[in-house]
Structure formats: structure tokens, C-alpha cells
Design a protein around this ligand. Structure first.
Ligand SMILES: CCC(=O)SCCNC(=O)CCNC(=O)[C@H](O)C(C)(C)COP(=O)(O)OP(=O)(O)OC[C@H]1O[C@@H](n2cnc3c(N)ncnc32)[C@H](O)[C@@H]1OP(=O)(O)O
Length: 636
């Protein structure tokens, strides 16, 4: 571990010198002199006086360096039957023209642009065009419903919304325009324009204030890169918190660029000219960092995939893409491989493709369960690397650093802290735990470059959600431990955030939606273990006095309600009607107890419980409906 230890120690003992060296590897317009400063709350601000433009660093710089004819994007869309390659020069040209088109709609430095797009190259064009103008993009995942889009539009207050006529879910065409229209109708903030990319499979009707992408781009004047401060926001990316209101994670520009560039080399072992494939969506942080910015900043080719791991058309889809595009490193969420494993338990599809190009497989987004890890390890001839990070951190916090010093893999561990991240585990009183002892996983300030610089227009929430629990430390919200060898083990969230198929969702928000139904007096939504999706939400509801609803129809109504408000991605599919919910004497629902029962874990009834007999109603309902492993649960 010598090379790793040396680099890690340097990053922690002298972060200024370490990150000054890394910064020198980006093409700045004005290189920073002030490497690390702190704001009045003691939070790190990186490269305050530096000026650059990440679109320039990701595109123009490479074209200037002779990379113009290299593929920047391989787009592969089995759901439409199309494939397309865009070179760095072609991408630069399209981005410059689309930036000009956005400018024509009034978008300038500092303005926000909401992007609601499927996995098409134009999603990347729109993001990079915003970066080119110094505008702030906020990409919203296509699986979110109008309400979620409206909440984000209202918070970000964009000048323009960019969308497409539709997305395609395997064989289901999802028209986006009605979703955008409904979101705009619900939002108090009204953007001045909506730019829409028409797709062959479904052409949308345009109304007042709507513009056809192609027509705007065709006549637009190409825009040059606008120099921005390193601390200027590049994007806002909303993520679920414990309440219904998502948090707008703000990412700065310079620190993010430096960190991503460093990670491509040290974590993923990628060199310019090589092909990186991250099978996620531009609506998630993995998409922002490892489909768009990091591969391009490093001069790599990125694969943009509009399809699923299975059914488009089969469980060999990923293997085909890896072989066809000669992918060196592949990154996805474990849930994708659980889906593949279910359809192709023996991994027969592997034999159909030449995977000799593949050197590593990275997994993140949720815990990598040991059965999936072993399934992959037994079938692939490359390291299978679990690594851990979050929307907030923007890049890996703990990983096996293949480009620095590969280490032995331990199943269930994300390996070691990445240089820059002083990961610690604290007990309730803020004391460091012993090796193997579980606690709250925190990162000691200063956080390295690339991590969130705040919550959009809500400094108070940033402090209360992340910085207040243990002053001087960023609270990750994950629990875990570090072993004697310094390996990090992440065991799961310590709050009411759940992870469904690698999607981070708030049970608190689902409770607000379920609780808003006229028949529901009270409810709790808990995440329970699921063999395919990792976790799925289940609702426990108490009916209002006098309501005698048919349970099956009520369940259908509540499922539809969550789908309408949050979106299909919530995977809310089960409701149990109960008489009572276990609560503390102060009225707090004992969610952890409910989760333990549902997951079949041994549970103790806390002494603070108000009405122990109330538990029986929950136990009966769970057993009756065969929820999770509740039938196997037992009292300690
Ligand atoms: C490290 C930092 C991070 O954690 S960033 C987050 C990383 N997470 C990820 O990359 C997500 C990984 N998960 C996936 O890619 C998908 O879940 C995979 C594994 C491909 C499975 O997809 P799928 O079979 O559609 O299941 P699902 O649970 O995702 O979807 C549930 C329902 O939602 C729908 N949906 C999904 N995406 C969209 C979309 N873009 N637009 C519209 N609808 C969407 C699905 O069709 C599905 O609908 P239905 O319930 O079947 O009707």
C-alpha cells in the first residue's frame, strides 16, 4: 500500500500543495493562486481566483491539441435502432451552435437551464452548451413525474427548459412534452422558452414559447467559451433528502474539473484516447460526472447508451456494447447486474462477445451485495471494483485505485479512502470508533475539490443537513465501519432515504403523497430489502375513522398517486392497511423497528414504545401480505 499511502498522506497533510499540482493539469484561462480558502462557515472553497470554462477544457482544448477527429461520443440506442458517433470536433461545433441558440433565448452567464432529456447525445450537447455560456444546468431524470419536475423548476428558476419529444422505455414511448407542460402549469416560476428536440418515434406539438431544437441550432451563431470563476456553479443537481423537498446540490466549476480529471487517472486508470462506458443516466450524478464531464476532460470517448441491461434486446446488451466499442473500463449500478443475473444466471451471453478490451468493472450507486459480486468475479477476468460515493461528493470517496496502486478486493468493502477524503467513523458522541465498530461515516473538513459547495439558495439546510451533527465534519448519512487494514465498509443509510434500483428516494416524500389521500389518517413508508432492486418502498396506512375502503382499490389508488406525483421510478407497489403504528411516547413512528421486522431481522421492542400491543397489527398485516421476510422475523 506504499504508493497509495504516500499519496493519501500528502493529500491530507498538505492539501494545498497536493491540489495545486492536480490543478496544473487543467487548461485554465487564468490559473489559480489561491488554492484553498474557507468561507465564513469554515467550508472549503477551491481555486477561488482561478478562471476557466469546463466546456473549453472538455472540448475546445482537445480539438486544439489535435484530438478533433477522435470519437467523443458513441451513442447506441437499441430502443430506436440507431447508432451515431460524434467526434470531438463535431461535438464542439454542435455545442457552440446550441450555446448560441440558448443565448438567442436569453440565456447568459449565471442563468439556469433545466434539462429534461432521454439518453441522446443532445442531452450532453445541452449540458456542455450551458457550461460554455457560464450558465448553470439542472438536469432532471426522465423517470420523474410532473410534480417533481415542477418542484425543481420552481427552485432553480430557469430561463429556459430544454427537452425532447419523448423518451423510450424498452418499447414504451414516453411523451415528454405533456410532462413538461404539466410541470410548467404547476410551477409558479415560468421560464421564457422551451426548446424541444423532435424525435422520429413521436413528434410533439409545439405551443407558444416552444422552439424546435433543430431549427434554432441551424441558424444559431456559434458561441465562444465564457471564462468563469472556479467557484461559479456549473450545475444544480437535485437529490432526495428526508423531506418532500429535494436538495439542490450545487457543484462548482474548477474544483469539480480538477477532481474528475484526477479520478479518471487514479481511480479508473483511464488514459486519453481510451473508451469509458458508464451505464447510467444523465439525470444522476454518475451521468454528470462519468458519462459527460470526466471522460471528456480526460480526452476519452464516452459511450451514451439508450437502453436497459436486459430486454433491449437481451441480457447480453452490456457485453455487446463493451465488445463493439472496445470499452476499457465499465461502470454501472449493482442492480443492473442483478437484472442480468436473473435472466442469464449462468452468464451464457458472455461467450457471445469478445471482452478482451475490458480491464475493469466498477460498481456504485448502492451496496454491492456479495452474491452479485461473486457472480461477476467468477465470470469476468478483470477486477470487479465496488466503490462508494454520493451525489453530494460528485466523485468517489472510497475506491480501489487502479491507476495508483491496485489492492486486494474484499467483498462488501469499497476498499480505501480516495486521496483527499479524510473518511472517519464516529459514534453518537462524536468519538472515533475502533476498527470494525460501526458508526456514522463522516468526512473531515476540508472536503477535497469537486464536492458540493452548498445547497441552492439554502445555506441553512446545507448546515443542518451536513455540517451540524459533528462540527468540522461532513455527515454522509451513511453508516459503516473501517477494518484493521483501513478498508471502508458502507452498510446503508442512517436516515429515511432509501435506494431503489440505484435511485435515491425519500420515504418522507412518499409519506407526504400517501398521507394526502382523503382516506388516509396516518402512514409510514419504509424501504424493505428486495432481491432485484436492493430496496423497495412499502406503505403502512391507517384509515380515517368511518372510512371503509376496499383494500385492493385503495392500494391501487395510492400506487397510482405515488406514480403521478413522484414517478414510476419510485417503484411504490405495496400498501398494507393497519390499525396502529408503533410509536415512541413522543409520537415518533418507530421506522427502524418496522424495517427490521419487514427484513426478517431480529428486533427488540424499544423501551420508549408507547403501545407495545400496537405492534401486533403491523406484524399481522406483514405476515398476511408476505411482506419481505417478515414471516421469519423474531423478537430478540
Ligand atoms: C454513486 C452516486 C449515485 O448513486 S448516482 C445514481 C446511480 N444510479 C444509477 O445509475 C441507476 C441504476 N439503475 C438503473 O439504471 C435502472 O434501474 C436499471 C437497472 C437499468 C433497471 O431499469 P428499469 O427496468 O427501468 O427499472 P427501474 O427501477 O429503473 O424503473 C422503474 C420504473 O420507472 C421507469 N423509468 C425508469 N427510467 C425512466 C425514464 N428515464 N423515463 C421514464 N420512465 C422511466 C421504468 O420504465 C419503470 O416503469 P414501470 O414501473 O415498469 O412502468
Amino acid at each position: 500500500m506504499q504508493r497509495y499511502q504516500d499519496e493519501f498522506r500528502r493529500s491530507i497533510d498538505d492539501p494545498e500543495a497536493f491540489w495545486a499540482e492536480q490543478a496544473a493539469r487543467l487548461p485554465w484561462f487564468s490559473p489559480p493562486q489561491a488554492i484553498l480558502r474557507y468561507d465564513d462557515q469554515g467550508h472549503a472553497r477551491w481555486y477561488e481566483d482561478g478562471e476557466l470554462n469546463l466546456c473549453h477544457a472538455a472540448l475546445d482544448h482537445h480539438v486544439e491539441q489535435g484530438r478533433g477527429e477522435q470519437a467523443a461520443i458513441y451513442w447506441d440506442s437499441p430502443v430506436t435502432g440507431h447508432k451515431r458517433t460524434l467526434t470531438y470536433r463535431q461535438l464542439q461545433d454542435r455545442v457552440a451552435r446550441f450555446a448560441g441558440a440558448l443565448r438567442g433565448q436569453g440565456v447568459e452567464y449565471g442563468d439556469r437551464v433545466v434539462i429534461y432529456m432521454p439518453m441522446v447525445p443532445e442531452a450532453l450537447v445541452a449540458m456542455l452548451a450551458c457550461a460554455r455560456l457560464g450558465a448553470v444546468h439542472s438536469v432532471v431524470f426522465g423517470g420523474f413525474a410532473p410534480h417533481e419536475l415542477a418542484v425543481r423548476i420552481e427552485d432553480a428558476e430557469p430561463q429556459v427548459v430544454v427537452t425532447a419529444s419523448c423518451g423510450i422505455e424498452v418499447d414504451r414511448v414516453v411523451p415528454y412534452k405533456p410532462i413538461v407542460d404539466e410541470a410548467l402549469a404547476r410551477s409558479a416560476h415560468k421560464p421564457t422558452a422551451c426548446v424541444l428536440l423532435q424525435r422520429e418515434l413521436h413528434v410533439a406539438e409545439l405551443g407558444d414559447g416552444d422552439h424546435d431544437w433543430e431549427m434554432l441550432e441551424a441558424v444559431a451563431e456559434p458561441a465562444a467559451c465564457v471564462p468563469v470563476k472556479a467557484t461559479d456553479p456549473l450545475y444544480i443537481l437535485y437529490t432526495s433528502g428526508t423531506t418532500g423537498r429535494p436538495k439542490g446540490v450545487v457543484r462548482d466549476t474548477g474544483g469539480y474539473g480538477v477532481a474528475l480529471h484526477y479520478s479518471m487517472e487514479r481511480v479508473y486508470n483511464m488514459a486519453p484516447g481510451e473508451v469509458f462506458f458508464s451505464a447510467s443516466d444523465v439525470g444522476w450524478v454518475v451521468g454528470h460526472s462519468y458519462i459527460v464531464y470526466a471522460p471528456l476532460l480526460r480526452g476519452c470517448t464516452t459511450v451514451v447508451y439508450e437502453g436497459k441491461p436486459v430486454r433491449t434486446p437481451d441480457a447480453g446488451a452490456f457485453w455487446r456494447l463493451i465488445a463493439e466499442y472496445r470499452v476499457k473500463s465499465f461502470f454501472t449500478a449493482p442492480t443492473a447486474f442483478r437484472a442480468i443475473k436473473k435472466e442469464d444466471p449462468e452468464g451464457k451471453w458472455l461467450a457471445h462477445h469478445d471482452l478482451s478490451c475490458l480491464e475493469s468493472l466498477f460498481l456504485a450507486g448502492e451496496r454491492l451485495d456479495p452474491p452479485t459480486f461473486y457472480w461477476l468475479q467468477e465470470r469476468l477476468d478483470v477486477p470487479v471494483i465496488d466503490h462508494w460515493w454520493q451525489t453530494e461528493t460528485g466523485w468517489p470517496v472510497a475506491a480501489n485505485l487502479l491507476g495508483l496502486e491496485p489492492m486486494p478486493v474484499k467483498a462488501g468493502s469499497a476498499t480505501v479512502p480516495v486521496p483527499g477524503f479524510d473518511v472517519q467513523v464516529l459514534d453518537h458522541e462524536g468519538r472515533r470508533t475502533m476498527a470494525q465498530e460501526q458508526g456514522a461515516v463522516v468526512i473531515k473538513e476540508p472536503m477535497p475539490p469537486g464536492c458540493l459547495s452548498g445547497i441552492w439558495r439554502d445555506a441553512g439546510r446545507f448546515r443542518s443537513a451536513y455540517m451540524a451533527a459533528f462540527p468540522g465534519y461532513y455527515l454522509t448519512g451513511d453508516g459503516g465501519y473501517v477494518d484493521e487494514d483501513g478498508y471502508v465498509f458502507i452498510m446503508g443509510r442512517t436516515d429515511d432515504v432509501i435506494n431503489v434500483a440505484g435511485h435515491r428516494l425519500s420515504t418522507g416524500e412518499m409519506e407526504e403523497v400517501v398521507g394526502g389521500h382523503s382516506a388516509v389518517a396516518e402512514c409510514a413508508v419504509i424501504g424493505i430489502q428486495d432481491a432485484l432492486k436492493g430496496q423497495v418502498p412499502v406503505g403502512l396506512v391507517i384509515l380515517k375513522d368511518g372510512v371503509t375502503a376496499d383494500e385492493t382499490s385503495l392500494e391501487a389508488e395510492l400506487i397510482e398517486r405515488v406514480r403521478e406525483w413522484i414517478g414510476p421510478v419510485a417503484c411504490f407497489r405495496q400498501v398494507l392497511v393497519v390499525d396502529r403504528l408503533p410509536k415512541t411516547r413522543s409520537g415518533k413512528i418507530l421506522r427502524k423497528l418496522l424495517r427490521n421486522i419487514a427484513d426478517g431481522q431480529a428486533y427488540g421492542v424499544p423501551s420508549t414504545i408507547d403501545d407495545p400491543a400496537g405492534l401486533d397489527s403491523v406484524l399481522d398485516a406483514m405476515r398476511q401480505h408476505d411482506v419481505g421476510d417478515s414471516a421469519r422475523a423474531r423478537m430478540e
